[in-house]
Write a protein that binds this ligand. Structure first.
Ligand code: ADP
Ligand code: MG
Length: 589
């Protein structure tokens, strides 16, 4: 049942990376100042006159150059992943200029436990939590895709140059047709899947950095959970976690670009500017239309922006004066995203839950096996009794059975769906690229199986089915049984303590921020003036403060307008160039 809706703002945090070695040895100045207690970041314009006010932004959290991957996970990501385990959809975006630490934050260095990023940390978190449950069954699957120049590619499919399409259905909303989804049983398996995808991202591209700076990568983990509710019926909740490493936010230079290069440059950040337009439309309060359909990225992540998901944006910036303009643009973008309101909702009993299909399929297989098992026993008994009577007719009949069984088994072997579906992540994708939607495969299998129903199976075939049935069943995770929690009591207590501390810090920061806002007003209200002179002095001071604020706001408006003019000019130039080219092409025809 849909719960009463309540609004929840997108959580926006900022992470600043340390100076790179090159910046350290060069002539670089630090222009960022971070107050993590208040969640404030201050940006100083290089070579600005001393009286020019600095740019100050407040976020849910800010992390300085010495922040640890684990701290960011505990503070910004852990609560979101907890919600995904409860059946909410959740999205984490990393947004920022190329080289500021998006991939470092999302992926990190996988062979160093301290340096693992959000994605691998979420795997550990999800499977550990599942192992600690008792009365639920889980199915965890993952997909990995890339959007490059508005084309969607499956990073888990051998044929990863195929362009996939976006589709929409009343049950599952917007989805990618034919996207692989791999069922995994533990953190090692899912990490293996991630590594395959990451490797596939760089195949065939000489400059990996250039490509990753121009494409969006989305790792999706779907956690399905079934549990018997108070009504005695089984209920399924499905949480989907999108982890998005966005393309670099820097302005693409189109100057001097012609033909293909120009078209490429115009397309590169289409999804990113569409994301910006969606954010603007959502927060300005006047727009009646939100342009989700303008790009693949915004269509795919529509739920996460003003929809029913919980969303965290991690904006990344560099500390150097050379990046002032880009850092300011990133902070402004992030600042706007703070005002997006979502209405998170648990996905209860969705029609397309794979877990339900799995359970039904397992139950059917089991019933059939029981039936066939009994039949097989019966046949063996008959065979034996016939052998005893040494009847010729019996041998003939047996021969006929054997031939027919062989045929049936061959037909089954050639129907690879069950085998494929239960493929382990561990040897994926050597044999089976699993390029179809899992649900479609099961349906196909069910249809095919009907033709087998009335045929006789021999013991061999039966045993193979049993094997497949077991493999399929092993994909359903039951806490404490299929996966064991290896952390000991002391580690668990430590973990809990860390979470409590992170929660405490979060709460303190919120209180500090509220205090800061209330400060001026409260002080004012308490103020009693002993003389007129004192009152005048006080009000003059306040006027000065307000005047400074006004100047700051005016400067901000000027900046934003200048930025718009540049963007418009660029768009006009692109349009003129493309129109000219179109005319030329038409003339050629
Ligand atoms: P992006 O994905 O935004 O282009 P990267 O994640 O590739 O940026 O980071 C660029 C470089 O900076 C990498 O060498 C990375 O290891 C380093 N780096 C980024 N963020 C941090 C950080 N917080 N601490 C240490 N090194 C970092
Ligand atoms: Mg990157």
């Amino acid at each position: 049942m849909p719960k009463p809706k309540h609004c929840e703002a997108v959580r926006v945090v900022v992470r600043c990376r340390p100076f790179s070695r090159k910046e350290e040895t060069g002539d670089c100045e630090n222009i960022l100042q971070i107050d993590d207690r208040l969640g404030q970041i201050t940006l100083r314009k290089p070579k600005a006159p001393p009286d020019e006010p600095m740019k100050v932004f407040t976020f849910d959290s800010v992390y300085g150059w010495d922040s640890k991957q684990g701290d960011i996970y505990d503070d910004a990501v852990r609560p979101l992943v907890e919600s995904v385990l409860q059946g909410f959809n959740g999205t984490i975006f990393a947004y920022g200029q190329t080289g500021t630490g998006k991939t470092h934050t999302m992926q990190g260095v996988s062979n160093d436990p301290e340096m693992r990023g959000v994605i691998p940390n979420s795997f550990q978190h999800i499977f550990t939590q599942i192992s600690r449950t008792q009365n639920q069954k889980y199915l965890v699957r993952s997909s990995y895709l890339e959007i490059y120049q508005e084309d969607i590619r499956d990073l888990l499919c051998k044929d990863n140059n195929r362009k996939l399409e976006l589709k929409e259905s009343p049950d599952s909303g917007v989805y990618v047709k034919d996207l692989s989804s791999v069922v995994t049983k533990n953190a090692t398996e899912i990490e293996h899947v991630m590594n395959i995808g990451t490797r596939s991202r760089s195949v065939g591209f000489t400059d990996m950095n250039e490509r990753s700076s121009r494409s969006h990568a989305i790792f999706v983990v779907t956690v399905e959970c079934s549990e018997v509710g108070p009504d005695g019926d089984e209920h399924i909740r499905v949480g989907k976690l999108n982890m998005v490493d966005l393309a670099g936010s820097e302005r693409q230079s189109k100057t001097g670009a012609k033909g293909q290069r120009l078209k490429e440059a115009a397309k590169i950040n289409l999804s990113l500017s569409a994301l910006g337009n969606v954010i603007s439309a959502l927060v300005d309060g006047k727009s009646t239309h939100v342009p989700y359909r303008d790009s693949k990225l915004t269509r795919l992540l529509q739920d996460s922006l003003g929809g029913n998901a919980k969303t965290v944006m991690i904006a990344t910036v560099g500390p150097s004066h050379g990046h002032f303009d880009e850092s300011l643009a990133t902070l402004r973008y992030a600042n706007r995203a703070k005002n997006i309101k979502n209405k998170p909702r648990i996905n209860e009993d969705p029609k397309d839950a794979l877990l339900r299909e799995f359970q039904e399929e397992i139950a059917r297989l089991k019933a059939q096996l029981e039936e066939r098992g009994m039949l097989a026993k019966e046949r063996r008994r008959r065979r034996n009794s016939k052998r005893l009577s040494k009847s010729m007719a019996g041998t003939e009949e047996e021969e006929m059975f054997r031939e027919r069984d062989a045929e049936v088994w061959k037909a089954f072997e050639e129907e690879p769906e069950v085998g494929r579906h239960v493929k382990d992540g561990s040897d994926f994708p050597k044999e089976a690229p699993a390029c179809q939607r899992s649900g479609e495969r099961l349906k196909h299998l069910k249809d095919n199986r009907k033709s087998l129903v009335d045929m006789h199976w021999d013991q061999d075939a039966l045993e193979k089915i049993i094997e497949k049935y077991k493999a399929m069943e092993s994909k359903l995770l039951v806490g404490g049984k299929t996966i064991i929690d290896h952390t000991n009591e002391q580690q668990k207590r430590l973990e809990l303590k860390r979470q409590e501390i992170a929660e405490q810090i979060r709460r303190e920061r919120e209180i500090q921020q509220q205090l800061m806002l209330q400060d001026e007003e409260t002080l004012e209200m308490r103020e009693t003036f002993s003389s007129l002179q004192q009152e005048v002095e006080h009000k003059t001071k306040k006027l000065k403060k307000l005047y400074a604020k006004l100047q700051l706001a005016k400067a901000e408006v000027r900046d934003v307008m200048d930025e718009h003019v540049v963007t418009r000019q660029e768009l006009e130039e692109t349009q003129t160039e493309l129109t000219r080219e179109l005319k030329y092409n038409v003339a050629e025809l």
